[in-house]
Design a protein around this ligand. Structure first.
Ligand code: GRE
Ligand code: ZN
Length: 340
């Protein structure tokens, strides 16, 4: 399919190649190739895109990114530097690239202000944040599911942009207690999904979506395990937790219908995608994404292009859901219908 939109597509600043290499050491078999790919938002990426029918990318600063910076002032400085840098890289290619803002998540008002700057000044498409923020003590962790974060969520809603909750590696007390002795489960095998699903479901049970009913949150990797558990979560919320005092207004299925989107990033399984379409009641809140360069365009795109799905469903997932959610203007092959 031509003109696919991919919305989990990471970059790193070339000045931080050493850090990218350190991170790649945990996750990439060929660290040098990974560093070359993640540091490029031009030739290498566009060559893959042209070869595999990707028309538009929404870029994001790589994990762990700003969420791993304990000092609030340094986190803000780095977020601003990153956002300024990526804007310069893509500003002349609006028909190929957009970007999410990287945000310092120590203080809700500071995060809101940087998001506003990026959306209003640079036309960024929303924010992508790498799960919980490491706190100034270097050990504690900041979740955004507490009432003091409402000022941030109100700004996200007011700016009318989505918020992508992306994983990062476990740090601080979570790392030391859960993962230190199980290091091969860190990352895609388990810890990423566990971190994001805890955080997102924390937002649900702590009423973030009740207080901000227009808020739109995206999670990758076909829903970070939650769709598989939807029946059970629903059963326990409705039949046990609500009688015991859980006070959220809607069902988990309602939040998945009204507030939550999932993407195919890094999860190229046909049975799982079909299951998600069925469990979520259709393809309307599912979007294509690659997770490049942790995964590659070839695997993501050849899988998606060959999918045996109804054409309308494929167009929604591959392009049109993102086009609507991000209000995308014209991009490469955006109206191509000779795609199959
Ligand atoms: C990511 O998407 O950020 C990521 C990593 C490490 C391994 C896999 C992965 O940062 O998808
Ligand atoms: Zn990713």
């Amino acid at each position: 399919m031509f003109g696919k939109v991919t919305i989990e597509d990471h970059f790193n600043l070339p000045d931080f190649a050493e850090k990218a290499k350190w991170w790649a050491g945990f996750f990439a078999v060929d660290a040098d190739k990974h560093v070359r790919e993640i540091s490029d938002v031009d030739k290498i990426r566009l060559e893959y895109a042209n070869k595999h029918g990707v028309g538009y990318h929404i870029l994001s600063y790589t994990a762990p990114g700003i969420q791993d910076i304990a000092d609030p002032a340094e986190a803000l400085r780095m977020a601003q530097l990153t956002n300024d840098w990526i804007y310069e890289q893509i500003k002349d290619k609006p028909d190929r690239f957009g970007s999410f803002a990287a945000l310092p998540m120590h203080d809700p008002a500071v995060a809101a202000k940087e998001l506003r700057r990026c959306v209003e000044k640079y036309g960024f498409k929303g924010a992508l944040v790498n799960d919980i923020q490491i706190a100034p003590d270097g050990k504690s962790l900041i979740f955004y599911d507490q009432p003091e974060w409402d000022v941030f969520w109100q700004t996200v809603v007011e700016l009318d942009v989505p918020f992508y909750l992306h994983p990062k590696q476990p740090t601080g007390v979570v790392h030391d207690t859960l993962w230190a002795d199980r290091k091969w489960l860190i990352g895609p095998p388990l810890s990423f999904a566990q971190g994001v699903s805890l955080h997102l479901l924390g937002m649900v049970v702590n009423g973030v979506f009740d207080r901000n009913p227009k808020l739109q949150v995206i999670i990758g990797h076909l829903g970070e395990h939650i769709p598989f558990d939807l029946w059970r979560i629903n059963h326990w919320f409705e039949d046990i937790k609500k009688p015991l005092g859980l006070s959220i207004k809607k069902t988990i299925r309602d939040y998945f219908r009204e507030n939550i989107w999932i993407t195919t990033s890094g999860h190229f399984s046909t049975p799982t995608l079909k299951y998600c379409i069925e469990e979520l009641g259709g393809p309307d809140r599912i979007m294509f994404a690659t997770d490049y360069p942790f995964e590659n365009y070839h695997d993501a795109c050849t899988w998606f292009d060959a999918l045996n799905l109804d054409v309308g469903q494929k167009e929604k997932i591959g392009r049109d859901n993102a086009r609507g959610l991000f209000k995308l203007k014209s991009f490469k092959d955006c109206d191509s219908y000779d795609a199959y």
